[in-house]
Structure formats: structure tokens, C-alpha cells
Design a protein around this ligand. Structure first.
Ligand SMILES: Cc1cc2nc3c(=O)[nH]c(=O)nc-3n(C[C@H](O)[C@H](O)[C@H](O)COP(=O)(O)OP(=O)(O)OC[C@H]3O[C@@H](n4cnc5c(N)ncnc54)[C@H](O)[C@@H]3O)c2cc1C
Length: 470
């Protein structure tokens, strides 16, 4: 019998398993799908035979727990930190001027919170008035006390700050929609503030974007699975849990979909909030603090995968302002760096493969995919006219309808603690109480917190939660 059963092989369940296994605890990890990684995973594209990520996943320097998780498990060398971003200004309404390309990077000599001041100033598609208003807004967020639960939306706050419409559309909206996948009226001030303060203002390293250089499946079903095996974690894929079995006020076992029962002393339920509600015993599901989980809304993210016959840009990635396409990532051969720094690591064996990410993609669900592809391709060709003749060989649109929970005003109060009312049951997942929005960082934090609770209960206390950047 295992000491602990972890249900769910997404980042939350993986982080909990890693922390427990490091302490010498015997863990069994149950995952219903044939691969690890949960929402951060890849699948095989039937047309090209390539392993493609369901969506480009980006971490930032401020994701201290995700980075720690990667260091401990040997995944860190498979990430590349970016020292600069490129913002592509909105299309010229008259169509005569080419878009502005603006380099965004920290100034070497200035410390936080001023290190990105010059970069903000360099966003040439913003007017002087916009930049001044944005700087004023950022200062006001910086000096506000951290807010944990609040009922104000970011849109309301921007109104109170008298931010110009163009600053809202081309700056606040651009950053927050891609970070939180919601419209500004559906983002609480607390979550919005967190993105800017933790990501851009607190520490020089916070804003840096970190990208995997191999498909996500290779990270989690490959390197990480090997780490788990070496640390005696039993991973059972294609093993769906049907229900948790209660016995005298505690969980005694899990019942699998095939009827098998597995017993353990402690349990970590690391599935999405919808699945957790279905699996929790009736007596717990109906408690006020858990019944409200149902009210956590979700937001969709779409990724448009494009294979051209030739390169359309040599930039590794770009933020596209004022368009349907929000980020473009060049996933072609040569854009990666391997574990030992070698170049030309085949993220994709295809020379001209790009991923375009569209967060808050509600509107896209109702559109034919061919329409979406046509609009995205037209946008890319308008930005890089020299690629106008590039021929689209293959495309795929993937919409994750419940990608992340919506950071609505008041949503913080709907998130439960990791310790459930059942003494030997922990909850984990990006939707539990972590203080973070739905991110890989939030998921890893929840897994570490759940593991810390288990370790304390079994008399082997250990600290896993990492501090924020100073
Ligand atoms: C399209 C998209 C883009 C994203 N982009 C980013 C990004 O750029 N940066 C970022 O930080 N975050 C991003 N996220 C969010 C990030 O992927 C999630 O926050 C994180 O992966 C959630 O991890 P989790 O372990 O909490 O949940 P999940 O990954 O959902 O894991 C839950 C696991 O439980 C399994 N499971 C469910 N039911 C059962 C059962 N009955 N028995 C056994 N197993 C079960 C599931 O199969 C799944 O593997 C993105 C998400 C999506 C969908």
C-alpha cells in the first residue's frame, strides 16, 4: 500500500508527487490520460506526425515555485529565458504605414521598479499622453497595498485612474488579456495588480519570459517521468478515478473506473475544479466552502498552429497589439536550445511552424476555423509583407474551452484551501487557494502546499513553498 495517492498528473499533482517523493514517501500517481502534464501537454498531429503542444506555455521570472520545481527535477535546462520581447504596434488605419516594431528589454543599470521604464518609453505606437498615464497607473498599483480579495474590476479601476482609451486598448488590455485570459471588466483589481507588480515592478528578473525548448510532452512524460521512476513514484497512466471511498470520516481508498480499489493513508486530489466537485464525497461537496467552487467560471484560450512553406519572420516571438492574434511564437527548428546549449534543437522538425495564441477566445468558438485561420494569416502577412507569398501548408486551431478559471472580482473567495475538511484529503490545482491566478506557477504552488500538509501529518515536516522574488 502507498503512503499517499495523488490523483491527477497535471503540474499540481506532479509537484505534490515530487515534494513527497523527495521526502522518501511512497507515492502512487493516478492519471486518467495516457500522458502527464494535464493542461500543459502535447498531442500528435495526425497530418504532420509531429508532437505539438496544445498551446505555447510561458513562465516568467516571478514564477519562483515553477522554476524551483524545474530545477529539482532536472527540467530547468530545457527552458530558455528571453532577455527581450518585441511588441508590434497596431495596424495603421489607413493601411499606408508599416506597423512599429518596438524592442522591450530592461535597462542594465536601473534597479526595480525603474528597470523597464525605458522599455515602456520605447513603445512608439503609444502617444506621450498614453505613456505618461500608464506610468502614473503603474505607480499607483505599485504603492497600493497588496489586495487579496476585492470586488473591484480592473476596468473600473482604469476608469477611476482616468486612463485614455488608447492606453487601455494598447497596453493594459494587451498585458492582462494574455496573462489572465479575460476581458478587463472580468479581471479583479487584485489579480491585475499582481501581474504588473510581481511581473514588471518588483524585481529585475520578474518580467523575463521563459520558454520550453522541447514539446511539453517531452518535459513531463519524458524527463519528469524518469525522475519520478528514479524516486520510486508509481505512475499509473490511463487510470481514471471514479470516486473516493469514505470510511468513518476519512478517505480509505479510491475506486478506479475499472472497479479496482487502491488504499492509502493520505490522498491528494489534484484534478480540475469541475472534476474535483464530481469526485468529492457528497458530505464535503455540499459544505458551503466547497459548494461555491461551482461558481468559479472559466475562460477559453485558443492556439492557431500554422505550417508555412517558408519562414515568415525570423523573430523567435512577438506580441501583436490591436489584432485578433495576440502572440506569435516561432516553433521552427533552430529556435530552441538543448539541455547543453546546442542550437537547432528540433522543437518542430518543420522549418516554418508558428503558433499564434489568442487568450479570452470566447468569440472564436462561434466562428468557423477557416475564418480564424484566414484572419490570422492575413494579419501575419500584413506585418511581414516579404512573407506575402508564403504558402500555408497546414493549419490547426485548438480551443481549450475551460483553459483557466476566470479571475473575476470576488473569485478569490471561491477558492478552497488545500486542506479539505477531511483530515487525510488535500486538494491541489491552480484553482485552489494559492494567491496566484491559473498558471503553471499556481498549480505547482498548490501541489507544494498540499505536500507540505501531508508531510506535517506524517511527521516529516518540510518546507517546499518558495518565497517570491525579493
Ligand atoms: C491553452 C492553455 C494555455 C495556457 N497557457 C499558460 C501559460 O502560458 N503559462 C502558464 O503559466 N499557464 C498557462 N496555462 C494554464 C496552465 O496550463 C494550468 O494552470 C496548469 O497546467 C494547471 O495544472 P493543474 O495540475 O492544476 O491542472 P490540470 O493540468 O488540469 O491537471 C489535472 C489532471 O487531472 C487529470 N484527471 C482529471 N480527472 C481525473 C480522474 N478522475 N482520475 C485521474 N486523473 C484525472 C487530468 O487528466 C489532468 O491531467 C494555460 C492553459 C491552457 C489550457
Amino acid at each position: 500500500m502507498s503512503d499517499v495517492i495523488v490523483i491527477g498528473g497535471g503540474l499540481a499533482g506532479l509537484a505534490a508527487s515530487v515534494a513527497l517523493a523527495q521526502a522518501g514517501v511512497k507515492v502512487t500517481l493516478l492519471e486518467s490520460r495516457p500522458r502527464l502534464g494535464g493542461r500543459a501537454s502535447s498531442f500528435e498531429d495526425a497530418a504532420t506526425g509531429e508532437l505539438i503542444d496544445n498551446c505555447q506555455h510561458v513562465a516568467m521570472g516571478c514564477c519562483t515555485n515553477f522554476r524551483h520545481f524545474c530545477r529539482v527535477t532536472g527540467l530547468a535546462p530545457y527552458f530558455r529565458d528571453e532577455e527581450q520581447l518585441t511588441f508590434v504596434g497596431p495596424p495603421d488605419p489607413s493601411g499606408r504605414q508599416p506597423p512599429k516594431f518596438c524592442r522591450f528589454a530592461a535597462t542594465p543599470i536601473l534597479g526595480a521598479p525603474f528597470h523597464l521604464g525605458h522599455a515602456l518609453w520605447g513603445l512608439d505606437y503609444l502617444s506621450f499622453r498614453d505613456k505618461f498615464a500608464i506610468a502614473r497607473g503603474l505607480f499607483s498599483l505599485w504603492k497600493a497595498r497588496p489586495l487579496t480579495s476585492d470586488l473591484t474590476s480592473f476596468a473600473e479601476w482604469l476608469g477611476r485612474q482616468r486612463q485614455p482609451a488608447s492606453a487601455i486598448e494598447y497596453f493594459w488590455n494587451v498585458v492582462l488579456v494574455s496573462a489572465l485570459s479575460e476581458s478587463l471588466d472580468r479581471i479583479s483589481l487584485a489579480y491585475g495588480r499582481k501581474v504588473f507588480v510581481d511581473g514588471f515592478l518588483t524585481n529585475r528578473e520578474g518580467w523575463k519570459v521563459s520558454l520550453p525548448t522541447v514539446p511539453l510532452d517531452e518535459l513531463y512524460s519524458g524527463t519528469l517521468a524518469q525522475w519520478l521512476a528514479a524516486h520510486d513514484v508509481e505512475v499509473r497512466l490511463k487510470t481514471g478515478v471514479e470516486r473516493l471511498v469514505m470510511d468513518e470520516g476519512a478517505i480509505s481508498a479510491v475506486e478506479l473506473r475499472n472497479g479496482e480499489r487502491l488504499a492509502a493513508r493520505q490522498f491528494v486530489l489534484a484534478v480540475t475544479q469541475q472534476r474535483a466537485l464530481a469526485l468529492l464525497p457528497e458530505s464535503i461537496r455540499t459544505l458551503p466552502q466547497h459548494a461555491v467552487i461551482e461558481r468559479l467560471e472559466t475562460a477559453p484560450i485558443a492556439s492557431v498552429h500554422l505550417w508555412f512553406d517558408r519562414p515568415i519572420t525570423l523573430l523567435p516571438h512577438a506580441v501583436l497589439v490591436g489584432r485578433l492574434s495576440q502572440w506569435v511564437f516561432n516553433r521552427s527548428r533552430g529556435e530552441g536550445r538543448g539541455a547543453r546549449g546546442e542550437s537547432a534543437l528540433p522543437v518542430s522538425p518543420h522549418p516554418s511552424y508558428y503558433q499564434v495564441v489568442i487568450s479570452n477566445a470566447r468569440e472564436m468558438s462561434e466562428r468557423p476555423q477557416s475564418d480564424v485561420v484566414a484572419e490570422v494569416v492575413a494579419e501575419l502577412k500584413a506585418i511581414w509583407p516579404w512573407a506575402a507569398d508564403a504558402e500555408l501548408r497546414h493549419s490547426r486551431v485548438i480551443i481549450e474551452h475551460h483553459a483557466v478559471f476566470s479571475p473575476l472580482p470576488g473569485s478569490e473567495d471561491l477558492r478552497p484551501a488545500q486542506q479539505s475538511p477531511i483530515e487525510n484529503l488535500q486538494l491541489a490545482g491552480d484553482w485552489t487557494q494559492t494567491g496566484w491566478p491559473a498558471t503553471m506557477e499556481g498549480a505547482v504552488r498548490s501541489g507544494f502546499l498540499a505536500a507540505e500538509n501531508v508531510l506535517t501529518k506524517i511527521g516529516r515536516p518540510a518546507k517546499w513553498l518558495q518565497p517570491d522574488l525579493p
